[in-house]
Design a protein around this ligand. Structure first.
Ligand code: ADP
Length: 236
């Protein structure tokens, strides 16, 4: 290795020692589990502690927005094309909205991550290993919270907070039932079964989503605080 190159490498190492490591914290759970409420509260709390944070959410990249919208509107999507569109969306956000921030030492909060694809796509009949392989390029999060709620709690919350359950969140594309609420119960019941399988496989930190917003947030903060304390110990 040339002298210039090794000097640059030493400098790079010194800089990465002083720069805080960006944390990737993700939340998972079925619709109505309360995960968005929790990640928003966590966002505010981290910012109040002077930690730089950015937020990203599932299925939000401009790159595939139109294709997904058109496919959904005309009910053209198969479980496989649906899965591939989401994977493209994710790959785009990972490249532009997640990795650069982590490298800059900024914490990234993600409302849903690859486990959403594992749970939902498998519940739609996609091969579980195929979908895991598809996302093999993803970065492992520092913490993945799973907000676990029974179906009836989620249904009650969704119907209480908005007029109706959406077509795809109810899994209506699968033709399980003509009644959206019943379809939601059946489809999201499968998604819960998948999340339960993923919990051990990926070491989710399970939060009882039936508890009060404050109780859950306290548990989330305790765990997140530890993530930063570990880093402080690593640096000292
Ligand atoms: P998700 O992102 O999982 O779909 P949200 O955070 O949007 O869930 O919450 C869905 C609805 O449930 C919202 O109206 C929210 O205010 C309410 N909610 C969230 N957490 C709780 C809780 N612990 N107890 C009661 N209602 C809750």
């Amino acid at each position: 290795m040339s002298r210039t190159r090794s000097a640059t490498t030493r400098k790079g190492r010194a800089a990465s020692r002083t720069r805080p490591r960006g944390r990737l914290i993700v939340v998972e759970g079925i619709d109505g589990s309360g995960k968005s409420t929790q990640i928003q509260l966590l966002h505010k709390w981290l910012e109040a502690r002077g930690i730089e944070v950015v937020f990203t959410e599932w299925n939000s990249s401009d790159l595939v927005r139109q294709a997904t919208k058109r496919g959904k509107k005309k009910n053209l999507l198969t479980p496989t094309t649906f899965s591939l569109l989401h994977a493209t969306d994710f790959a785009d956000r990972l490249t532009y909205n997640i990795v650069p921030y982590l490298k800059a030492g900024i914490t990234v909060l993600a409302d849903r991550y690859i486990y959403t694809a594992f749970a939902r796509d498998t519940a739609r009949g996609v091969d579980p290993q195929w979908v895991r392989d598809l996302y093999a390029f993803a970065r492992k999060p520092d913490a993945a919270f799973y907000f676990r709620v029974p179906i009836e709690v989620a249904v009650g919350r969704l119907l209480g907070s908005r007029a109706k359950i959406k077509f795809y969140e109810a899994g209506m594309d699968l033709g399980l039932s003509a009644d959206p609420v019943e379809s939601f119960r059946l489809f999201q019941g499968r998604v819960i079964d998948e999340y339960d399988r993923l919990t051990g496989e990926y070491g989710f930190r399970v939060i009882d989503g039936t508890k009060s917003i404050d109780t859950q947030q306290r548990q989330v903060r305790d765990l997140v605080r530890r993530l930063y304390d570990e880093q402080a110990q690593e640096a000292s």
